[in-house]
Design a protein around this ligand. Structure first.
Ligand SMILES: Cc1cc2nc3c(=O)[nH]c(=O)nc-3n(C[C@H](O)[C@H](O)[C@H](O)COP(=O)(O)OP(=O)(O)OC[C@H]3O[C@@H](n4cnc5c(N)ncnc54)[C@H](O)[C@@H]3O)c2cc1C
Length: 318
């Protein structure tokens, strides 16, 4: 089992996260290169195992304490499972559970951890991770020459399609007796108020960043959103200044969006912003700075001043 890759499945309200399939696809690739198997730790509803056809084995711990993310319960089960299975690599998201558990597991299991990972390759048998450091301002390339490791991976780094595979994995139940004596319990999941706007389901978004300058200037970008009949979203500085309500925020600490088209104006493309929108099918960006990182992910871009471009666009649409 030493060359196996274990993915921690994430789910909410009985639905597996897209991210789990992204990790599963990469796990298959890495395990394949090592000649090992792909395993999933499913801490939660057992019926979700049927959707994990991309795995060879799904380890299922089904217990009420695991139906929502509860750090104490997850850590107990995952640490014991990893000790038993001894995979060579554990993959989890750079998400609320992953950020908690990645470090905790690495300490408990005495393994190195690569956090904020965006790519993984096996080169001559060695795992090489590319990971963001200094809040994404630098990329580190790390050769993990260890018998065991943990990687937390940023959502959107790999295609989910590679993990959505039909199949019948072997399902192995995991004992959960120790969860009857927990010191913490889940009380409630509080989702942010949407204020009537749900940018996560929009087909198209017009998104605005600090380049807009002042709150009064938002009018010009709102006009474009209205002309297209789509919601307005924004980078975090716009929300932090109180110019738009929190449900409009795209990014790491905001909403993850996947529209068919994402039109951004005056947004630089910081890693925390890209994390929320890089999976949009089409990204069109306007930024006066040709070096702005948003152009690394944009399919089309222009370096015009947004105050010149927007009125023209609105006029044409009207
Ligand atoms: C833990 C953490 C979580 C975070 N979460 C998020 C998050 O969820 N979402 C998020 O967005 N950020 C988040 N951030 C903040 C993030 O790091 C950036 O600071 C932020 O995304 C920058 O927003 P911006 O692109 O609007 O502003 P800036 O980086 O200031 O960019 C403004 C851009 O506008 C361009 N510009 C200026 N004038 C014009 C003009 N007239 N026409 C066209 N372009 C113009 C400039 O060239 C510049 O590139 C987070 C940070 C941390 C540390």
């Amino acid at each position: 089992m030493a060359d196996d890759v274990l993915v921690l499945a994430e789910h909410s309200e009985g639905v597996l996260a897209d991210h789990t399939f992204e990790l599963l696809g990469k796990a298959r690739e890495v395990a394949g290169a090592w000649g090992g198997s792909t395993r999933v730790a499913l801490l939660g509803p057992a019926q979700l195992a049927g959707e994990l056809g991309g795995a060879d084995v799904v380890h299922v711990a089904d217990h009420p304490a695991l139906s929502h993310y509860l750090p104490e319960a997850y850590e107990r089960i995952l640490t014991r499972l990893v000790e038993q299975v001894q995979p060579r690599l554990v993959l989890m998201g750079t998400s609320t559970p992953g950020m908690d558990l990645g470090a905790a597991l690495a300490v408990a299991w005495d393994a190195p951890v690569s956090a904020y990972t965006v790519d993984l390759e096996v080169e001559d048998g060695t795992l090489v991770a590319r990971a963001q450091i200094y809040a994404g301002k630098l990329m580190a390339e790390v050769a993990i020459d260890a018998p065991r490791a943990v990687c937390t991976v940023i959502a959107g780094s790999f295609p989910a399609a590679a993990g959505r595979v039909e199949g019948q994995p072997q399902v192995e139940p995991v004992a959960t007796g120790e969860l009857d004596s927990l010191r913490s319990s889940f009380t409630a999941l509080r989702l942010p108020e949407t204020g009537g706007v749900d940018i996560t389901t929009a087909d198209m978004l017009v998104s605005v960043g600090r380049g807009i300058g002042t709150q009064d200037n938002l009018e010009v970008v709102q006009e474009l959103a209205d002309a297209l009949g789509v919601p307005l979203s924004a980078s975090r500085p716009i929300i932090d200044q109180g110019w738009l309500p929190k449900p409009h925020q795209v990014g790491k600490s905001g909403q993850k969006v996947k529209p068919r088209a994402y039109l951004s104006f005056g947004i630089s493309g910081a890693p925390e912003h890209l994390e929320g929108m890089r999976n949009a099918e089409l990204i069109i960006s306007c930024n006066t700075d040709p070096q702005a990182p948003i152009f690394d992910v944009a399919h089309y871009g222009c370096t015009l001043d947004l105050f010149d471009l927007l009125p023209e666009l609105v006029e044409r649409l009207q």
